[in-house]
Design a protein around this ligand. Structure first.
Ligand SMILES: [Zn+2]
Length: 128
C-alpha cells in the first residue's frame, strides 16, 4: 500500500480516535503531527531553540526522541494533548490513557501508541 494511502487511513483513524475520546469524557487538543528531518535531528541529538531576551539560541537539552526514524517524518504519527476533567494528563496518568490506546489499536492492526511502550503516552502512530 502506498504511503499516501496509509496517510489517509491514519488521518481517518485519528478523527475516529478524537470522536471516541470526546464520547468517553476526554477533551483533546492537537500537538505535533508532521516533523521535518531537521526538527527530528534536533530532537534526537537533544537540542532546542530557546528565546534569550529578544534573540533565539540553540540550547542543549535532554533528547526528545530516541530515533531518527520517527513516524512523524512520514505524517503517520500525532501527539495529542489529552484532558480529563479539565486537567492535562501526563505520564502519571497511565491508566487514563489505556481506553484510548485500546481503541486506537482496535482501529487498525498497524496502529500502536506510547501507552504500549511505557512512555510518550500522548503519541499515536501507524506503522507502514
Ligand atoms: Zn510523537
Amino acid at each position: 500500500m502506498s504511503l499516501r494511502k496509509n496517510q489517509s487511513i491514519f488521518a481517518l483513524n485519528i478523527s475516529k480516535l478524537i470522536v471516541y475520546a470526546y464520547e468517553s469524557g476526554y477533551e483533546i487538543t492537537l500537538g505535533e503531527a508532521y516533523r521535518t528531518k531537521s526538527q527530528q535531528y534536533l530532537y534526537f541529538e537533544g537540542y532546542n531553540i530557546m528565546k534569550l531576551g529578544s534573540d533565539l539560541k540553540l540550547a542543549k537539552t535532554d533528547p526528545k526522541s530516541k530515533t531518527m526514524f520517527s513516524k512523524h517524518l512520514k505524517k503517520l504519527a500525532l501527539d495529542i494533548n489529552v484532558f480529563k476533567d479539565g486537567r492535562l494528563l501526563d505520564k502519571n496518568d497511565k491508566e487514563l490513557f489505556k481506553p484510548l490506546a485500546e481503541y486506537w489499536k482496535s482501529l487498525n492492526p498497524k496502529n500502536t501508541c506510547g501507552y504500549y511502550w511505557g512512555w510518550d503516552y500522548n503519541h499515536f502512530q501507524m506503522s507502514a
